[in-house]
Design a protein around this ligand. Structure first.
Ligand SMILES: C[S@@+](CC[C@H](N)C(=O)[O-])C[C@H]1O[C@@H](n2cnc3c(N)ncnc32)[C@H](O)[C@@H]1O
Length: 433
């Protein structure tokens, strides 16, 4: 029987070769009281090595930078080890579509669900296996008229980021693409037990592809970013950006928006695209489609960790692009500081996960420890314990918890944090139905 390794085993500890395990060789013991814990440091051929390689993975993964994402190499590890070609793999908190797209690249069918429109658009843009040339033909066929939306009606906080010339092109292009995708504010009126949007036709999928690319280049500092130089990963606060831009004399670039979109598309497809097409849905992880009974072979996902991040606010400019107000989007997301409310939401999501998974199949849930401040001081919440507890209530066996103690500065989800900030550890809860 293997001895449990815990997070006191840090990067600095020299490792004996004989101590490295292949995850599929581990013999799990599931007991009522505790489960087996191992540091990712002791696992063979994991994502740890790959995340040290800058931009590991297919170029399509870099359609957009989005804070809170896990690395493609992590998704790759679990999909490779716990599913086979042709299997159906789901991420019900799909974010920018990392796990669904990696599944498609590995010849599995990747499904993604996310409640925020920009995450849904990004996931769909990746998984539909749209070829650049076909997408270009669609783009060329569009007659971009003059936008019905007057530039003067654009919110002042949006105008901070773009030159008038660039903004007027953005308005015209998005209007036509949103019309073709048929995505509107009504789409987040989530129906009970139903996803509220899903691109079925080729026209919808082409429009979603280009909207995903537009979301990805909307702000940043690369040669095809449409805004003044700012963060790629999140939409910066308007007032801060305004003052910073003034102080540093930042210029709002005049861009040929279509040209920038085409260049980005070429780059994303520079290594080809996945052969398998997946599916993306705008919906809630706690309320998956009723028809998905025992449909999936594997679930790889990462829910929000309490209030560690506000996905709606962090992407406010991207939500604006798609015609949504981030405040409305925020109401739909799981974001709470309350231990009780968070546990209830996690139970609902795990119950759904259990329902849609085939018997004897696994769900891997990535969560981070969270620091909670109160009058009494700081407490660290080990979110994986909540997932394990609620997972058991939902019917799962908890097989293993993997502690992934990456130094914060090397972390994939917090490129803006210093060594003293941010979450110190991620834990991956392995559940079996
Ligand atoms: C930790 S991130 C997942 C990131 C993803 N693994 C990736 O690589 O991009 C959590 C995601 O949950 C989404 N979300 C928040 N509440 C949700 C809910 N109730 N149902 C579905 N998605 C939700 C957020 O928009 C965010 O994309």
């Amino acid at each position: 029987m293997l001895k449990a390794k815990t997070d006191e085993h840090r990067d600095s500890i020299p490792l004996l070769k004989s101590e490295i395990f292949k995850i599929t060789d581990l013999k799990y013991t599931v007991s009522e009281e505790s489960c087996f814990t191992i540091s990712s440091y002791y696992l063979k051929d994991t994502w740890r090595q790959n995340i040290k390689t800058k931009n590991w993975g297919h170029p399509m993964h870099s359609m957009a930078s989005r804070s809170g994402s896990f690395p493609p190499a992590l998704a790759d590890y679990f999909i490779t080890n716990f599913s086979k070609v042709g299997d159906l793999v789901l991420d019900p908190y799909s974010g920018k579509g990392t796990a669904p797209y990696q599944a498609c690249l590995l010849d599995r069918v990747g499904f993604g669900v996310d409640v925020t429109p920009e995450a849904y658009v990004l996931t769909g843009a990746k998984v539909h296996a749209i070829k650049h040339e076909e997408a270009l033909d669609y783009l060329k066929s569009i007659r971009f008229g003059i936008s019905k939306i007057n530039i003067k009606e654009t919110p002042e906080e949006v105008k901070i980021f773009f030159s008038t010339k660039t903004l007027s092109q953005i308005l015209t292009i998005r209007e036509k693409l949103l019309e073709d995708l048929e995505l509107s504010t009504d789409s987040i009126d989530y129906l009970n037990g139903n996803v509220s949007h899903h691109a079925k036709t080729k026209k919808e999928q082409f429009a979603q592809y280009w909207l995903g690319i537009l979301v990805g280049i909307l702000h940043g500092s690369s040669s095809y970013s449409l805004s003044l130089p700012c963060s790629h990963s999140f939409s910066m606060a308007p007032n801060y950006t305004k003052n910073y831009a003034k102080k540093h004399s930042l210029k709002k670039p005049d861009r040929n928006v279509i040209q920038c979109m085409i260049e980005k598309s070429r780059y994303l497809q520079s290594a080809g695209i996945a052969r398998i097409s997946g599916k993306a849905y705008l919906g809630k992880a706690q309320d998956l489609p009723k028809s998905w009974e025992e449909k999936f072979d594997l679930i790889v996902t990462s829910p929000p960790y309490f209030t560690a991040q506000s996905y709606a606010w962090d992407n406010w400019l991207r939500e604006w692009l798609l015609g949504f107000n981030f405040k409305e989007v925020r109401k739909q997301t799981t974001q709470t500081a309350s231990y009780e409310k968070y546990s209830i939401e996690m139970y609902k999501f795990l119950k759904e996960t259990y329902r849609v998974l085939k018997p004897n199949k696994r769900a891997f849930i990535v969560v981070g420890d969270v620091t909670k401040k109160s009058k009494e001081g700081k407490t660290i919440i080990n979110t994986s314990k909540i997932i394990a507890e609620e997972g058991k209530k939902a019917g799962f066996g908890v097989e293993l918890i993997i502690n992934d103690d990456i130094p914060p500065t090397k972390r994939y989800n917090s490129s803006f944090l210093t060594a003293n900030q941010g979450l110190q550890i991620d834990r991956i809860v392995c559940l079996k139905k």
